[in-house]
Write a protein that binds this ligand. Structure first.
Ligand SMILES: Cc1cc2nc3c(=O)[nH]c(=O)nc-3n(C[C@H](O)[C@H](O)[C@H](O)COP(=O)(O)O)c2cc1C
Length: 374
């Protein structure tokens, strides 16, 4: 039987059995066709990094504290000169029409109603202009470099025109190890799921591959951004440029020196290259390299408010949520995404209260208990 026939249509209410944000992950397979679920849930290769991303969070514990008055507690922070009410952002996730007919428009509605900054993917199923009309004031645009610089800069200018406040350029997807899970499930992007932002671009000739060269190295070289391209983007962009997909402290220091406005420590949720370290494991060294006042975000593996607390305690200013966003969208559309975000925030606030933290700064000053070496 076609797997689509076995999936439920999204609910118009929050299911009673959702009691924490990660419950959306448990429920999602009933709402997403099996091949699509394999594509979304899977990591690259054998899922080694995917699992590491989760395991490393379990190595750290929160230590409860006594006698702290937390009645003045709040989760506000300042990021790129703007005050955000909480440190949870929606990560760029391509092709949300795979799980819901309203796709990114529903997600944007949830972002707006929960005061959440949404980072809209270059590969969104709805145009960045349509998403902007629904999303809240704080919205960022995720940029994939295009084959032609003029197409790349056109996207940046469209984003600025549509009121996005930052560009997040993703640098860790030059070459991807295919997901074995998605291949085994027979996943193929359906013909009617299109990158709405790119459909007016003229097709460009793929660059010729010199005879006798190693295909992988050539392909990597053709798709990897150079320092000059990044510098040019920073010059041309009217918006601050952040870089997503950094795991090495030396790279982070160099990006900061190049004028990058902030960094997302990320391994793309384990989806690009398998067997790389968990983002969380690399975060403390990166924070040490860039200093305390530099904007640093983290994603990959976050499933609860306790995970968010741990990421901030280890050096992040804020976090991004990838898969949980898609799962909640599949289960209950905009309502689901808004509910998932509300649950994450409540879970974070509970962690703050039990550890005696009244602010994000307090979390940053908190020492976690570590069970195992990473
Ligand atoms: C289905 C899917 C599509 C994604 N599409 C993009 C994308 O278009 N651009 C990007 O920078 N990251 C993309 N990501 C990666 C996320 O932005 C984020 O780094 C990752 O999902 C975080 O890990 P998590 O899923 O464990 O929260 C995608 C992730 C998923 C699951």
């Amino acid at each position: 039987m076609d797997s689509k026939e076995t999936t439920l249509t999204p609910l118009d209410h929050i299911p009673a059995d959702i009691v924490c944000a990660s419950d959306y992950e448990q429920l999602a397979p009933s709402f997403i066709a099996a091949d699509r679920f394999a594509y979304i849930a899977g990591g690259s290769g054998h899922d080694v990094t995917l699992h590491k991303n989760r395991e490393v969070f379990a190595d750290f514990s929160l230590v409860p504290r006594l006698f702290h008055d937390v009645s003045s507690g709040n989760t506000q922070l300042n990021l790129l000169g703007k005050t955000l009410t909480h440190p949870v952002l929606l990560a760029p996730v391509a092709y949300q029409a795979l799980v819901h007919s309203e796709a990114e428009i529903a997600t944007a509605y949830a972002a707006e109603s929960t005061d959440t900054c949404m980072v809209v993917s270059t590969l969104s199923s709805a145009t960045l202009e349509r998403v902007a009309k629904r999303a809240g004031q704080e919205r960022w645009f995720q940029l994939y470099f295009q084959a032609r610089d003029e197409d790349t800069f056109a996207l940046v200018h469209r984003a600025a025109q549509a009121g996005y406040r930052a560009i997040v350029v993703t640098l860790d997807a030059a070459v991807q190890t295919p997901s074995i899970r998605a291949m085994r499930a027979g996943f193929r992007l359906p013909n009617d799921i299109l990158p709405a932002n790119l459909i007016h671009q003229q097709a460009s000739e793929p660059p010729a591959m010199p005879a006798g060269q190693n295909h992988i190295f050539q392909c990597y070289a053709q798709h990897t951004l150079t320092r000059q391209q990044l510098k040019k983007l920073i010059e041309v962009s009217p918006l601050p440029v952040l870089v997503k997909g950094v795991l090495d402290a030396g790279d982070a220091g160099e990006l900061k020196a190049l004028g990058v406005a902030g960094i997302v420590v990320s391994n793309h949720g384990g989806r690009t290259i398998d067997c790389v370290p968990a983002s969380l494991a690399m975060l403390p060294a990166i924070r040490q390299e860039v200093g305390n006042d530099y904007p640093l975000l983290l994603d990959s593996g976050i499933r609860s408010g306790a995970d968010i607390f741990k990421a901030i305690a280890l050096g992040a200013d804020a976090v991004l949520i990838g898969r949980l966003q898609v799962y909640a969208l599949a289960v209950a559309g905009a309502l689901g995404v808004a509910h998932m975000l509300k649950l994450l925030r409540q879970e974070l606030e509970l962690c703050m209260a039990t550890t005696g933290c009244v602010s994000i700064e307090d979390i940053k000053a908190t020492k976690l208990h570590r069970q195992l070496e990473v």
